[in-house]
Design a binder for this molecule. Structure first.
Ligand code: ATP
Length: 336
């Protein structure tokens, strides 16, 4: 079994806390993504799993086996880093074959050919890495990491040096290969859209801690914290308080469904795509300030008594300065 777990893992670098009491459970064959802003501890988590960092406290386990003290080369992990890290003096085939150096394989040439085919690079074996595009080089890195058939694949921002279109293409390819092999995978990215698109589950990290773990759908629809609500997708966050069975923001009371009523402070979250001009409920008047055409929709920045409200619409966009009444259905309001 190749499930892996982190239990109360903390790591610091000369006084800087990089990870603080991190618990994670990744299931066998799962595509699990660590997502969060720069410096939140994603790479440190990955390096700790790989064995390049030793936790100050806590345990890392592979299939229930404690990994403390086990060096990286004995952990059965394949790692792909951000920079391709290919050997320039070796051919593509030699680079992929390098991954097999500590492993007994009956027919290494056949294995290399099989891996090049898996990453869609048949016939590229004799080329130098310098003769490949960035996306192709990263496929070679992936093939090299997969060569010894590791139990766990770790990918640290493997697409970040590529342009947007290539990134999308390669992430689909990585997901296809991962599904085909059924390999337990931990993927690191700061790009929340990428995380939602490829993962079985994501862990949203912030300041060395895990804020929420869940399926992309759950994390997007039911953010557990203010940070997750604003980091994963766009959101409007209004500070108010519980009153009259809803959330009152200044003088306006908004009705929300499916939430146990409470008292005191409440943060109301409404996604830009849930704001509608024709909504029958929860209406409030805003002034249009700026709009950005996105192709399939337009993002409209509005002012609501000094607060910025983001509204996404595929309908007619009012001119700058226009007064518009927006609203949302009670089931689309989330309260934190
Ligand atoms: P990025 O997306 O920018 O790569 P990250 O989420 O992967 O960021 P980490 O690289 O894990 O974040 O860093 C977590 C924290 O630990 C940061 O505050 C960082 O400055 C610090 N840190 C990381 N590596 C070292 C190091 N070798 N020495 C000192 N501090 C470090």
């Amino acid at each position: 079994m190749a499930e892996l777990s982190l239990d109360g893992v903390s790591v610091s670098y000369a006084g800087t806390v990089a990870l603080s009491d991190v618990d994670l459970d990744v299931a066998d064959g799962e595509f699990f993504t660590l997502v969060g802003p720069s410096g939140c501890g994603k790479t440190t988590t990955l390096r700790t799993v790989a064995g390049f960092e030793t936790p100050d406290s806590g345990q890392v386990r592979f299939g229930g086996r404690e990994m403390t003290g086990v060096p990286p080369e004995e952990r059965d992990v394949g790692v792909v880093f951000q920079n391709y890290a290919l050997f320039p003096h070796m051919t593509v085939a030699e680079n992929v074959g390098y991954g097999l150096r500590f492993h007994r394989v009956d027919d290494p040439e056949a294995r290399v050919a099989e891996l090049l085919s898996l990453v869609d690079l048949e016939g590229f074996g004799e080329r130098d890495p310098t003769e490949l595009s960035g996306g192709q080089q990263q496929r070679v890195s992936l093939a090299r990491a997969l060569a010894p058939e590791p139990d766990v694949l770790l990918l640290d921002e493997p697409m970040s040096a590529l342009d947007a279109r290539l990134r999308e293409e390669l992430r689909r390819e990585v997901r296809r290969i991962q599904t085909e092999l059924g390999i337990t995978t931990v993927y690191v990215t700061h790009d929340q859209e990428e995380a939602l698109a490829v993962s079985d589950r994501v862990a949203v990290m912030h300041d060395g801690r895990v804020e929420q773990v869940g399926t992309p759908r759950a994390v997007y629809r039911e953010p557990a914290t203010r940070f997750v609500a604003s980091f994963v997708g766009e959101n409007n966050l209004f500070d108010g308080e519980w009153a009259d069975g809803g959330v009152r923001v200044d003088g306006t009371t908004f009705e929300v469904a499916g939430v146990a009523e409470a008292s005191g402070h409440a943060t109301l979250c409404v996604r830009p795509e849930h704001l509608r001009r024709d909504a029958a409920e929860n209406r409030f008047a805003v002034t249009v300030e700026q709009s950005e055409f996105l192709g399939e929709a337009t993002r409209v920045h509005c002012d609501w008594d000094g607060r910025t409200v983001v509204w996404r619409t595929d309908g007619v966009v009012p001119d700058r300065g226009a007064e518009v009444t927006l609203g949302f259905a009670p089931e689309h309001g989330r309260v934190l």
